[in-house]
Design a protein around this ligand. Structure first.
Ligand code: ADP
Ligand code: MG
Ligand code: ZN
Length: 611
């Protein structure tokens, strides 16, 4: 490793020396003569003769094609002139006759120190400055590739990350697995006595924002051993081979500092499957190969533990995942209800809140949110409190910020005509009413027709009582029916439809499609996987695995599911058309209503005269 770096350094110096030499030559050949020339003034021959007669010339240098001479004026200042040399046989005798002229053949018109500075010191100084500027510019642009294979892993020790396991809420399984690793680094002999050897590497996998990086930092905080942290992208270099050199350097440093932890964040940037395609990414493959070699090479008993994090485990090279390398997988999943509540509480400790905050309610409203989003919700709540000039954060701040994170900020000054507002109100009440009239649907929590920056013109929030892990077929159908409720209301009341339902349509189709292709919930197909999910942690896009004929049948199935849901929604609304009108005009007036208000009006007996 050192040899490698020394070689690189030698190469650098050689390049530097060559550049210096070339510059020096250029300087002496062109710039120094030019500077000298600037000191000499060009004149004609008659001026020379005149000065000669006047006796002011003190020296003359007669060259092959020119005469350089020195004139002393009345003040005693000496000036250099040069003139063309004209064939003049009397010249020498004339000079001789004059007597005063010193025609030695060469005039010492240069100050030797100045010349030395110009031709040697200045170029070298310039070059050093240039070299430094270039180096700095390059290292900025190319992420230190000129550091030539030196890994720039940050070394963390306990005090520096400042994170401990108490900062990570939920994620109990992940913490348990990591605690074991920390324990191993503290008491290796306990494990050695039994003969157990700990996994060399552990891979943290999970969707973005679930606290993978945070967990690794917490390990660093708890472990009390050196902690090297580097991101996968830092290995990827402009020059082929540099990434591999960095891996080597990183592992050498780690071996010197053992016991220690090496953390490679976003390992999928270098750990992607090698596909052997022509023109594949050579650099990345070399880096990966080096990583594989290094992980085999070091002794697990010395106590170097490698952690890595990724949200694309399916794209990793199988060689990385085999036992002896990253053989342990630590999942960091999206938090459940209890986890969300705990995460909210951890982050709420950092802000000033009113004493009684119902975190459970916030957690219930944020199903599917990641730790990072929950942290963001708390912060948005604090910002809102500041904006409205309060000292502490209250429940409504947090509830509003849930909506901000889900749907964006309120667009208070959006101008929407009364007619459009009416349509939007009917649309939202349509959703809510259809939801409320089905028994497999989550209760309505809030309805609003205040537009949001995400483009939503209004929305209906449904919040489940508890945590749901399974979705029954009835619930799925109820959800699709609720989604079609908005459009249905428009049709029932105005007998027309608007573009406002596009998002509902998208969601309904997605769910209906999943029911057919992945959940085996349609009448037309049995338990057949017609689609596979590609990367479960990042959006979960799917790819179809069936014949074109089957694909056409899938589309039919999906269409029939959505159609029957749509019809059911319309039927529900027709049956409750009075309530639909009553609730919509109430919403139009209030703009935002709670689930309780909604249910109160819905369950109210109709006015006596209408009976
Ligand atoms: P990733 O899994 O994408 O690496 P990070 O670890 O960077 O996610 O998490 C981003 C932020 O989200 C953290 O800094 C933290 O504030 C918050 N966060 C995520 N998960 C948790 C958790 N389980 N407990 C507390 N905070 C969390
Ligand atoms: Mg991360
Ligand atoms: Zn809608």
């Amino acid at each position: 490793m050192n040899e490698q770096r020394n070689n690189n350094n030698k190469k650098n110096y050689l390049i530097f020396a060559i550049i210096s030499l070339v510059l020096l030559l250029v300087f002496n050949a062109f710039i120094v003569p030019a500077v000298k020339k600037a000191q000499i003034k060009e004149t004609n021959y008659s001026f020379f003769l005149k000065q000669l007669d006047a006796g002011t010339i003190t020296q003359a240098e007669i060259k092959d094609d020119s005469i350089v001479f020195e004139v002393k004026d009345e003040d005693g200042d000496k000036k250099l002139y040069s003139t063309v040399k004209i064939e003049d046989p009397d010249l020498v005798s004339r000079l001789y006759k004059n007597g005063k002229v010193d025609f030695t053949g060469k005039i010492e018109h240069e100050n030797p120190i100045v010349t030395f500075i110009f031709s040697w010191v200045l170029p070298i100084v310039l070059m050093i400055v240039l070299w430094n500027v270039l180096m700095r510019g390059m290292s900025k642009r190319m992420g230190n590739s000129m550091a030539f294979g030196k890994s720039n892993a940050k070394i963390y020790v306990k005090a520096q990350t400042g994170k401990t396991f108490s900062d990570v809420a939920g994620q109990d399984e992940a913490k348990e697995a990591l605690v074991e690793i920390v324990d191993f680094l503290h008491n290796p002999q306990k494990y050695a006595e039994i003969g157990a050897s700990l996994p060399k590497g552990a891979l943290l996998v999970g969707p973005p924002g679930t606290g993978k990086t945070l967990l690794a930092q917490a390990v660093a905080g708890e472990a009390d051993v050196p902690f090297f942290s580097i991101s996968g992208s830092e290995f990827v270099e402009m020059f082929v081979g540099m990434g591999a050199a960095k891996v080597r350097d990183l592992f050498k440093q780690a071996n010197d500092k053992a016991p220690c932890i090496v953390f490679i964040d976003e390992i999928d940037t270098i750990g992607k499957k090698r596909d052997g395609q022509l023109g594949g990414n050579d650099e990345r493959e070399q880096t990966l190969n080096q990583l594989l070699t290094e992980m085999d090479g070091f002794d697990g008993k010395r106590g170097v533990v490698i952690l890595a994090a990724t949200n694309r485990p399916d794209s990793l090279d199988p060689a990385l995942l085999r036992p002896g390398r990253f053989d342990r997988r630590i999942p960091a999943e999206l938090p459940d209800l209890a986890g969300r509540e705990a995460i909210l509480k951890v982050h709420a400790q950092k802000i000033k809140t009113e004493p009684e905050i119902d975190y459970n309610a916030i957690a219930r409203a944020t199903a599917g949110a990641s730790g990072a989003e929950l942290a963001n919700i708390i912060n948005e709540g604090a910002l809102r409190a500041v904006r409205s000039g309060r000292q502490t954060v209250c429940q409504s701040d947090l509830e509003e910020s849930v909506e901000v994170v889900i749907a964006g900020y309120q667009r208070k000054n959006a101008v929407i005509s009364q007619q459009e507002k009416e349509i939007i109100a009917y649309h939202e009440i349509g959703h809510a009413l259809v939801a409320a009239k089905q028994k497999d649907s989550a209760p309505v929590h809030k309805i609003t027709i205040i537009p949001r920056t995400s483009g939503a013109l209004g929305y209906t929030m449904q919040v489940d009582e508890g945590e749901k892990f399974l979705l029954t077929k009835e619930e799925a159908l109820a959800r699709i029916t609720t989604l079609t409720g908005g459009r249905s209301a428009e049709e029932v009341i105005f007998n027309s439809c608007t573009t406002g339902a596009s998002n509902d349509i998208e969601k309904a189709t997605q769910l209906a499609r999943a029911m057919v292709t992945r959940y085996g919930m349609s009448s037309g197909f049995d338990m057949i996987a017609l689609e596979t999910v590609n990367n479960q942690y990042l959006g979960g896009d799917t790819s179809l695995a069936c014949s074109p004929e089957t694909a056409a049948r899938i589309d039919e199935e999906v269409n029939s599911i959505v159609r029957s849901a749509h019809e059911k929604a319309k039927r529900i609304l027709m049956e409750n058309i009075e309530k639909l009108r009553e609730l919509s005009s109430y919403l139009l007036e209030k703009e935002t209503i709670t689930g309780e208000e909604f249910m109160a009006i819905l369950n109210r007996k109709p006015a006596p005269e209408q009976v």
